[in-house]
Design a protein around this ligand. Structure first.
Ligand SMILES: [Zn+2]
Length: 59
């Protein structure tokens, strides 16, 4: 069965972590959500720490 779980398309800019929802827009920032099926984010992403470090450095 196909999953209808969606993820905020702008979570990288707007949030510290992915915001999952069943609605078409993010409940937090109102951005459009994307189907999470082709997972844009892996909770076990080995590069997650690296990516967050990069983000921190850019501030
Ligand atoms: Zn959002």
């Amino acid at each position: 069965m196909k999953s209808d779980i969606r993820v905020c398309s702008a979570w990288r800019e707007a949030h510290d972590s992915p915001v999952y929802t069943l609605s078409g827009t993010c409940p937090d920032c109102g951005a459009e959500t994307a189907n999470s099926a082709p997972a844009p984010f892996d909770p076990n992403d080995p590069y997650g720490e690296y990516r967050r470090a990069l983000k921190r450095r850019r501030r």
